[in-house]
Design a protein around this ligand. Structure first.
Ligand SMILES: [Zn+2]
Ligand SMILES: [Zn+2]
Length: 353
């Protein structure tokens, strides 16, 4: 039996090791956000003023999409309270940073901070955890049919769908949690509707042709970039009985300049252990984790994680294994024997219809 520890256990072990100053909020991170706001507004103004060919327009769309994603990463750390402390300023700035992706700050705190962080990789309670074999058996016929398609085809479709998964999941979370806001329900509705009103307003102002390059394509690119990280954060890890960040999370590595542009979002193990510490300091936290538990820390390059994601099926089976319902092959998860250089599977006899 594997030994798990909860977050408090790790925090207790590392607390004395981590310098006090890294616990302070880092308002200077907002300068990065300001730079992205300037880039977004400038690109949109140029696109509005000039009639450019498709290639140049697409080039601007890529810059915008990249900026939308980066603003989302900043919004994430702002709403964890690691940039500014005062709640109303935190929510306002978090909402602004998340505006390109139209995420309500209050909804995000409920869905991400309170639920995902507290119940990471808990089959029932984590809203971001992938479904298990038992859940698949209870799913509608169409879902069960989709999981019978060849693995490579499913991987292709799911990678393609990363271009809208974040926005779609945000809407799902909105309708999952909106009932729980009670007296604040109207405010959360407004936080979702205002950004959409701005983007739809932009459509009526610039016309469909320009809007596709100014907002729609960047939104798809932004979705893909944030989902490229999010889908590798936990989906190669097992479901776990204890919220142990060294078992249920993966840190990915990217070139240093991408870490700078993406606000160190790649450090996800560190983030789950210390969500209250600004990501700027995660390299320090990583050093400490590697000093204490080098054999348990899970990391690989983002590209390798995406390739592994492509090559393994996405249904949990026995918590530590993935199952391909098409041929009943089972694959190991990270920390439980999954070798990313040589992915193997085991044949199973299961009765699935
Ligand atoms: Zn977080
Ligand atoms: Zn996470």
């Amino acid at each position: 039996m594997k030994e798990f520890h909860d977050i408090a256990w790790y925090v207790k072990k590392l607390s004395k090791e981590i310098p006090e100053e890294v616990r302070k909020p880092v308002p200077q991170r907002l300068l990065g956000g300001l730079a992205y706001v300037v880039i977004i507004i400038s690109c949109m103004m140029v696109m509005q003023q000039m009639n450019m060919n498709i290639i140049v327009n697409l080039f601007f769309s890529i810059i915008l999409g990249f900026s939308f994603a980066a603003m989302g990463f900043l919004g994430h750390e702002i709403l964890h309270g690691t940039v500014v402390r005062r709640p109303w300023v935190r929510n306002l700035l978090g909402g602004l940073a998340f505006a390109p992706l139209s995420v309500s700050p209050r909804l995000w705190i409920k869905w991400h901070n309170i639920t995902h962080h507290a119940h990471t990789q808990d089959e029932q309670k984590d809203p971001d955890a992938w479904i298990s074999f038992e859940q698949l058996l209870k799913s509608p016929k169409i879902i069960r049919w989709v999981y019978k398609l060849p693995l490579n085809f499913r991987a292709f479709v799911s990678f393609l769908s990363l271009t809208f998964t974040f926005s779609m999941h945000t809407m799902k979370m909105f309708f999952t949690y909106i009932g729980e806001f009670k007296s604040r329900k109207l405010g959360v509705w407004m936080q979702m509707l205002v950004p959409w009103a701005v983007w739809i307003g932009l459509l009526s102002y610039v016309g469909l042709n320009k809007w596709v390059f100014m907002y729609l394509i960047p939104l798809l690119i932004g979705n893909f970039i944030v989902m490229a990280y999010i889908s590798t954060n936990h989906r190669l890890n097992p479901l776990v009985p204890v919220n142990d960040p060294l078992a249920n999370s993966l840190s990915v590595t990217v070139p240093k300049w991408i870490d700078v542009l993406h606000f160190n979002f790649s450090y996800h193990v560190e983030h789950h252990m210390f969500p209250g510490i600004n990501p700027k300091y995660y390299p320090i936290v990583k050093e400490k984790i590697l000093e204490f538990w080098p054999e348990k820390y899970l990391q690989m390059s983002l590209v390798k994680a995406l390739v592994t994601l492509w090559k393994t099926p996405r249904i949990y089976y026995n918590e530590t294994e993935f199952l391909d319902p098409r041929n009943k092959n089972s694959y190991k998860s990270l920390g439980n024997g999954l070798d990313v250089r040589n992915i193997t599977y085991k044949k199973n006899k299961l009765n699935i219809n």
